[in-house]
Design a protein around this ligand. Sequence first.
Ligand code: GLU
Length: 299
Amino acid sequence: MSQFTAYTGRFAPSPTGPLHFGSLITALASWCEARTQNGRWLVRIEDTDIPRNQTGAEHRILSALVTYGLYADCSIERQQDHLENYNHMIDALKAQNLVYACSCSRKQLTGLSAYPNTCRDKGLPFEGNAIRLKTLDKTICFTDRIQGQVCENLRQTRGDFVLRRRDGIISYQLAVVVDDMRQGVTDIVRGADLLDNTVRQIWLRKCLNRLQLPYLSSIEPIYCHIPLAMNAQGQKLSKQNLAVPLPKTEIVATLQKAFVALGQVLVEADTPDEFLKSAMTHWDLSRVPRGSQLEGIFI
Ligand code: GLU
């Protein structure tokens, strides 16, 4: 059996602030799905965007997961520990002529919905420039377990997209795809706000597959984008919208609220562990509301 065939799910928070109720919904959904499939559940800290990282956020995120009983099955990984690997991938993609350097400034591209591939044939040096992945003028589709079929022609919607910024920061797209492949993630359960990144990630994965690296899984993961919890202003709960950090008391009540928001039955319990054990047996993905937003107002 291949080392990559077993169900592997993950929760991948960025340390840009504490976990809030919206993060709990996603973490709980991916945890329940992994548990009901007898799979592994990984936690990965996505900290490549250094200027956005908040001091102490990683510690607060990891303590909140423990408080809520959501333990990872393997040691926690941090993307900062894999920077060399992402840069190595860029070199390997370069050798296949799949990436190129771009010197366009943000200002030059303002107002454009898709990057017009301006620098594609300029042969600019990689050093000191952004690195973009070539896209095709071709529609790519996938079927999300909740959101249904999604199709996108990257050439028309995005153009060639950035894998490494000019300042050397590795993009979310590159880090997330390389790590999901390296960790053998088979099922990606995450918030619906990330749905429109997925076709870019599928394309990047196809390009990385061409490198035929034995330590990257070539299995196409199954996607499941969970509807988002919204606040009274109709915005998704997020660190940017100052969503309230997860409470340190009333843990079971908060887990119950998240489970019910996910369309699941009310599970009675006295402790988080008792709740999760029971939640695992009652979890039913087909009950999760379809669409991109959950009913109700959350804080
Ligand atoms: N790091 C991303 C976030 O915190 C999640 C990435 C993913 O699940 O693909 O929003």
